[in-house]
Design a protein around this ligand. Structure first.
Ligand code: ZN
Ligand code: ZN
Ligand code: ZN
Length: 368
């Protein structure tokens, strides 16, 4: 699996005139070699030349974490008393163009540029994103498992099995975080619990606000679950509930949102440009006169990373292909008043879009 992925990366490197691929912190590294770098100050880098051997350069003390795959890479360790940049410079050799992992620490990029003044740099995502975007059947199965896990959690919230009233957002978020692990994820990526007017902030950080009767609560949760090759794949779902019957204005707003999300998913057929999916979802909100309150793109790709390509956004003309996995998550946010978002992960397939999340999409009303 990893060997095939590296072969495909090399084809993309040849097409783009990239001589060497340097992958460090971030999701490219586990995708191509099964190892995830610790996001610390010591340098970890996978050096993939267009021809020749692949090397994984790792701090000596982190080497016990590496699952060795001699058919994929040779392991090189460096001690704290050594300069890892000189090791990487040796491996880069006479390369003219290096594609560098988008999340590699800027400090290492500066050091590499200083050590190799003739080397020019591009983003590794130009090589890696087109490969990572297209999920195979095993990857889709991993996304489906992760999606089913977060579905179980928010289904319990929708049916009133998680007490809300009188608790702080942070307290509810901590409970949901534990559930994310209990349901089989190995990592919690985010838990947004946003009550009342806090739901108007799309990336609200759950805090000390106490949830009260008579208000809406937005839940946006996700984690990472082990998939093919022991590499993690992400879940991401948003649902809104209302404690007690919603006021007319909120019910109306939610109805528009629900129709928008359905229109976005329905538009997500193979061959449709990503930006047209955004238009399909946005038009419903615009037509209701609420367009100014939909302040973000309709969705993002998902896989090894919670946010990856392709983005479902104006300007992205990429046509959807079989295996593209992405969120469809329109939102309507009235600052200081209330907000709502509805999100499923969707995979483009030959017979039409397939949702990885299946639970009720209507506004669930729970008892106060
Ligand atoms: Zn988000
Ligand atoms: Zn999302
Ligand atoms: Zn989300």
């Amino acid at each position: 699996m990893f060997g095939q992925r590296i072969d495909r990366a090399r084809e993309a490197m040849a097409d783009r005139g990239v001589d060497v691929l340097l992958l460090s912190v971030g999701a490219d590294l586990p995708y191509f070699c099964g190892y995830e770098a610790m996001p610390l100050e010591r340098l970890t880098v996978l050096v993939v030349p267009r021809d020749g051997d692949v090397h994984l350069v790792v701090p000596y003390l982190e080497a016990p974490r590496v699952v060795e795959r001699p058919e994929v890479f040779n392991l090189i360790t460096w001690r704290d008393s050594e300069d890892p940049i000189t090791r990487v410079v040796d491996l880069v050799g006479g390369a003219a163009t290096a594609a560098v992992g988008d999340q590699m620490w800027a400090g290492f990029l500066v050091d590499l540029g200083t050590a190799c003044p003739a080397l020019s740099f591009t983003r590794a995502s130009e090589v890696t994103a087109p490969l990572r975007m297209v999920k195979d059947a095993d990857e889709v199965a991993a996304l489906r498992r992760a999606g089913a896990a977060v579905d179980r959690i928010l289904a319990d919230v929708q049916t009133g099995q998680v007490p809300l009233v009188g608790r702080t957002e942070a307290d509810v978020a901590a409970q949901i975080g534990r559930r994310i692990l209990d349901e089989g994820h190995h990592r919690i990526n985010f838990v947004i619990v946003a009550s009342g007017p806090n739901a108007a902030s799309p990336h609200h950080e759950p805090g000390g606000r106490v949830i009260r009767d008579g208000e809406g609560v937005l839940f946006d949760i996700g984690g990472t679950m082990v998939g093919p090759g022991d590499v993690g794949y992400c879940s991401d779902i948003t649902r809104c509930i209302h404690v007690g019957p919603p006021p007319d204005g909120f019910a109306e707003l939610y109805g528009v949102l629900h129709a928008s999300q359905a229109a976005g998913v329905a538009a997500a057929t193979v061959g449709t440009p990503c930006e047209d999916v955004d238009v399909a979802a946005r038009r419903v909100i615009d037509d209701a006169g609420l367009g100014e309150y939909f302040v973000h793109r309709t969705g993002h790709g998902i896989g090894v990373e919670a946010h990856e390509h392709p983005n479902i956004v104006a300007g992205n003309e990429l046509p959807l292909a079989v295996g593209h996995a992405f969120s469809v998550e329109p939102g309507i946010y009235v600052p200081g008043v209330w907000g709502a978002r509805l999100e499923d992960i969707v995979v483009a397939a030959a017979d039409g879009p397939v949702a990885m999340n299946q639970i009720d999409r209507s506004l669930a009303v729970v008892d106060g």
